[in-house]
Ligand binder design. Structure first.
Ligand SMILES: [Zn+2]
Length: 95
């Protein structure tokens, strides 16, 4: 009887130790969930987000605008977010 109890304790102990090892290797459930969530979010955001170019004049991020006048009126283009302080532009991204 004592022997049986000792064996049960040993098995339980071993099981706990295995779980500890797995925990240390893979991180806790929160860490794993965070990682999974970040992976899903990256996968969702990557294709949707249009890469924003930097201004060729000042390096600030650019914003998509629509030309109001000139030969390109009505057409989209990248304009500097520093406008009107900066007049840097880039041609519109291909659609
Ligand atoms: Zn600029």
């Amino acid at each position: 009887m004592v022997c049986l109890c000792a064996q049960t304790c040993y098995l339980l102990d071993q099981q706990i130790r295995e779980q500890e090892q797995a925990f240390l290797k893979e991180g806790g459930i929160r860490e794993r969930m965070t990682r999974a969530r970040l992976e899903v979010r990256d996968a969702q955001e990557q294709p949707a987000a249009t890469p924003v170019p930097a201004c060729p004049l000042c390096g600030k991020p650019m914003r998509q605008r629509t030309a109001r006048q000139g030969t390109n009126a009505g057409k989209p283009f990248w304009g500097c977010t520093g406008y009107p302080g900066c007049i840097g532009t880039r041609p519109a991204p291909p659609e």
